[in-house]
Design a protein around this ligand. Structure first.
Ligand code: ADP
Ligand code: MG
Length: 395
């Protein structure tokens, strides 16, 4: 299904024109999607399960080779162009948007790819910094584009995702899991991904057709600055849980290996706050698997209940929600035709996701927008999406 958000239109012809204007020739054009996580939050770095879907918001990369060893990168979003010498790329990121591109180029070179000079134009309609992973979408679009241009077909989509993750971890300096790049690479129209973050085993689960239910993403339009510090602290708390539990359960390498019964039995040996963090991760992994089973049965009410349980656990046990996310969830929960809703992404701002009966979308939009505006003075953005395909060449 096409996106029903009027702000989203096909910008490929405009991108081609812009490329010609900037660089004087016609490009090949590629796109990679943003993503939303339906359930399975803060489980990825605990070797657990996640269930995301790619969404019909994309970063497009227009590319053409150039005869020298230069890498010229223009971002339409930032109206800015920067240039690098392929033989003298910086060692680490500079805190600039181009880090996401240069990091991928560096990892491609490191993996042995012979790259020539390129002109590159990027343009995205994934909201930047909203938790819908514009970062993975730019990385994967650029990585795929450069590999295709170099006629290097030996790298798989999974290898591409891993390479882009490494670029974000090591070059940009952001400690992200594999989920985002994996979805941008492997997304499939109409399907959610069920990803085992330990083995990288991937299965697809059919989502309801857009005539039945849609994904409504509500952007709180806030991003609290404590997010990064809290994220690192949660990771440390999960690691502390693993260290303590593995004294009693030597087979435990990650919270993925801990059952609710294990936690019940040995939890008193752990600080109370660590028990709550572990309880979230262990419960959330189980919820992802139950959610996958619910989709197989076409049981949307059960799926929705798991979303609501996930939110409560993220709010109360993992403590990564915030008043804006809680308000958005509360407002959405009260609307008729909403199967379930939860915060999505790392937390402390960003977006919520709701599964909404198709016929109830307009009332949903209005109710959530008005309620959120009334309480916060901010106008939320609401994106109605269907699951989309992963990275591909489009022109
Ligand atoms: P998210 O992935 O949730 O959108 P991040 O902070 O991880 O947020 O990534 C956002 C950053 O990715 C932007 O600040 C910018 O540096 C880079 N980025 C994403 N899309 C583009 C684009 N079209 N042009 C330039 N930079 C982009
Ligand atoms: Mg990101």
């Amino acid at each position: 299904m096409q996106n029903t958000n009027p702000a989203i239109e096909n910008r490929a012809p405009a991108l081609e024109q812009r490329f010609v204007q900037l660089f004087g020739e016609s490009p090949r054009i590629y796109q990679a999607p943003g993503r939303v996580n339906l359930i399975g939050e803060h489980t990825d770095y605990n070797d657990g399960f996640v269930m995301p879907a790619a969404i019909g918001f994309y970063t497009r990369a227009a590319v053409a080779p150039r005869p020298d060893r230069k890498l010229a990168i223009h971002s339409q979003n930032y109206s800015e162009q920067v240039e690098f010498d392929l033989d003298h790329l910086p060692a680490t990121g500079a805190g600039h948007w181009s880090d996401y591109v240069v990091g991928v180029v560096k990892m491609l070179v490191r993996s042995g790819k012979k790259l020539g000079g390129v002109n590159l134009l990027v343009d995205g309609n994934v909201p930047l910094g909203a938790g819908l992973s514009s970062s993975a979408s730019i990385e994967v679009a650029v990585g795929y584009a450069l590999l295709d241009l170099a006629e290097s077909s030996t790298i798989t989509r999974t290898q591409l995702a891993l390479l882009c993750q490494r670029a974000e971890n090591e070059f940009v300096g952001a400690r992200c899991g594999i989920m985002d790049q994996f979805v941008a690479s492997h997304g499939k129209r109409g399907q959610a991904l069920l990803l085992d973050c330990r083995s990288l085993d991937l299965e697809y689960r059919q989502l309801p057709s857009p005539e039945v239910a849609v994904l409504a993403i509500c952007n709180t339009m806030v991003k609290h600055s404590i997010a990064k510090g809290e994220y690192n602290q949660r990771r440390a708390e999960c690691e502390a849980g693993v260290r303590a539990l593995s004294k009693y359960l030597p087979q435990v390498r990650a919270l993925r290996d801990v059952t609710p019964e294990d936690l019940e039995r040995y939890g008193h040996e752990l600080p109370e706050v660590v028990v709550r963090r572990c309880r979230h991760v262990i419960g959330e992994n189980a919820r992802v698997l139950k959610a996958a089973a619910a989709l197989e049965r076409g049981d949307l009410p059960a799926f929705g209940n798991l979303m609501l349980e996930s939110h409560r656990s993220l709010r109360d046990d993992f403590a990564v929600s915030c008043s804006e996310l809680d308000l958005m969830v509360e407002l959405a929960e009260g609307v008729e035709g909403v199967y379930g809703t939860r915060m999505t992404g790392g937390g402390f701002g960003g977006c919520t996701i709701a599964l909404v009966q198709a016929g109830c979308v307009e009332v949903f939009r209005r109710t959530v927008r008005e309620g959120y505006e009334r309480s916060t003075g901010r106008t939320p953005e609401i994106y109605i999406c269907a699951a989309a395909d992963g990275v591909d060449r489009i022109a």
